[in-house]
Design a protein around this ligand. Structure first.
Ligand SMILES: Nc1nc2c(ncn2[C@@H]2O[C@H](COP(=O)(O)OP(=O)(O)OP(=O)(O)O)[C@@H](O)[C@H]2O)c(=O)[nH]1
Ligand SMILES: [Mg+2]
Length: 188
């Protein structure tokens, strides 16, 4: 896909007309700090469009970026960040669950991002269960592939494939390895 434009539209934390405005929505979910915001920036080729940070818990709202005037890339907060209060963590978790499970919200594609090196965690498995329970299909990206040693790539891919039950695309926001595969899969 050729990216002609990408702009931030708004961040929501509850019901909003953008949630069912008829436009396609591609949601990026995953653990805090796994690189959701960086993945979106790198796919869109726009550094700094989406705020990313080495401090986990950066994204606090469900943020909508309109691409080519017709599709939203949706950046969600991450789950599982330990270093914030239980209350704040619950709030983010509820926001993610609300976005994924509200019947009135349209989803075109859900992209689950797993850390290529860490592999699926218990919280990732819980999220996969939620997606399955609500009948959502999803695409799996293993981000930060640049951190993998050459000889562990195949093994990590195999583990992530087995634990998610999905085809897995190795990706790096840093090198953009896998970009074409991600686009084909998202728009399949
Ligand atoms: N080496 C490497 N680092 C990455 C990659 N993608 C993201 N990072 C780094 O990981 C950190 C977190 O990135 P973010 O994009 O903010 O992660 P996030 O999932 O949006 O985090 P939250 O919004 O807090 O949930 C940043 O320091 C990024 O530079 C990657 O592909 N390779
Ligand atoms: Mg983020």
């Amino acid at each position: 896909m050729k990216i002609k434009s990408a702009v931030f539209v708004k961040g929501v934390v509850g019901p909003d007309q953008i949630l069912n405005d008829g436009k396609h929505k591609i949601a990026f979910i995953g653990r805090s700090n796994v690189g959701k915001s960086s993945v979106i920036n790198s796919l869109l080729g726009k550094k700094g469009l989406v705020k990313s940070s080495s401090t986990p818990g950066k994204t606090k709202e469900v943020n909508f970026f309109l691409v080519n005037d017709k599709i939203y890339f949706v950046d969600l907060p991450g789950y599982g960040f330990a270093k914030i209060s239980m209350q704040a963590r619950e709030k983010l978790r509820n926001l993610i669950l609300w976005y994924l499970t509200s019947p009135e919200i349209e989803h075109s594609r859900i992209v689950l991002i797993i850390d290529a090196k860490v592999g699926p965690t218990k919280l990732d498995q819980e999220m996969i269960d939620v997606l399955k329970d609500f009948g959502h299909d999803f695409v799996v990206i293993a981000n930060k592939s640049d951190k993998l040693k050459r000889n562990s790539r195949i093994n990590q891919l195999k583990i992530i494939r087995e634990q998610t039950g999905k085809e897995v695309i190795l990706y790096s926001s840093k090198t953009t390895e896998g970009k074409n595969d991600v686009f084909s899969k998202i728009f399949e």
